[in-house]
Design a protein around this ligand. Structure first.
Ligand code: IPE
Ligand code: IPE
Ligand code: MG
Length: 258
């Protein structure tokens, strides 16, 4: 999945934005609440997932407008395979149709797509579409969009640990945190600065558990299909108010800027 072979983007791809103070470089989102959005309207749960796709488009546009460099979306967890088969198959169909539809949009908007997770658990057609979308968007540099699908944070750590153990034992990589991180599936990205979870739950649900070590955690009761531009802006404003100390004292940070 990582290091997808580069393919031209057909030109017109805007340059990556310069980092902006107070704007998170990397936003990760647990997109939760689709089912409740639908059942509160007496609709089948899958109607909520369809509306959720529209909210994904808005989140991409909002990220580009704000100058966010990495947007990582939790679309389907390792544990979501336990859902009723009908719901799982609708989610897979939505994934297929979104990939087919959005490749042109991604090119226009300079979005590079990566899909991270246990891709081998998907049916061959979906795997092909994922590979093609990744290749076709590999030259885009404005926004790095990562969709975590069939993804679990514990799976990620175990698969990294297996490869790390082999490489560090032979001296091919340093036996420290930085050496280990090279094998995590999001090693191409900086750690998330801001985690947003919609849908009212205050939990991580096995998302990027290693990478989240110093993320600012923003929980909102808004259900994912209702999470629009205004809600995204509110989350960014909240983030801009945080003082990120990374273990230091506030006084140390004031001195560094002063
Ligand atoms: C999130 O919405 C989408 C996925 C997990 C695939 P849910 O389907 O979990 O919605 P709720 O939490 O039941 O409302
Ligand atoms: C987390 O939502 C997974 C995704 C958004 C893809 P869930 O709805 O599956 O989380 P739990 O089961 O309530 O923790
Ligand atoms: Mg849920």
């Amino acid at each position: 999945m990582n290091g997808v072979a580069g393919a031209g983007n057909g030109g017109g791809d805007p340059q990556p934005p310069a980092p902006r103070p107070g704007i998170p470089r990397h936003v990760a989102i647990i997109m939760d609440g689709n089912g409740r959005w639908a059942t509160s309207r007496r609709l089948p749960r899958v109607a909520g997932h369809s509306r959720g796709v529209d909210a994904v488009r808005t989140a991409i546009e909002s990220s580009i407008a704000a100058g966010v460099e990495y947007l990582t979306l939790f679309a389907f967890s390792s544990e979501n395979w336990k859902r009723p088969p009908d719901e799982v198959s609708v989610l897979m169909r939505l994934f297929v149709s979104s990939l087919q539809r959005e490749v042109d949009n991604m090119r226009r908007n300079g979005v590079r797509l990566r899909v991270v997770g246990q891709i081998e658990t998907f049916e061959p057609r979906l795997r092909e579409l994922i590979a093609r979308a990744q290749e076709q968007s590999a030259g885009n540099t404005r926004l790095n969009l990562t969709v975590c699908a069939s993804y679990g944070g514990r799976w990620d750590i175990v698969q990294a640990a297996q490869r790390f153990a082999e490489q560090s034992a032979s001296g091919a990589c340093p036996a420290d945190e930085a050496g280990f991180e090279r094998y995590l599936s999001m090693s191409f990205a900086p750690d998330p600065d801001l985690l947003i979870r919609t849908g009212g739950e205050r939990r991580i649900s096995n998302f990027l558990i290693w990478q989240m070590a110093y993320a600012e955690l923003y929980f909102t009761d808004a259900l994912w299909p209702d999470f629009g531009r205004a809600e995204f802006t509110t989350a960014l404003e909240w983030y801009a108010q945080r003082e990120r100390r990374f273990g230091r004292t506030s006084e140390q940070l004031q001195r560094a800027v002063g």
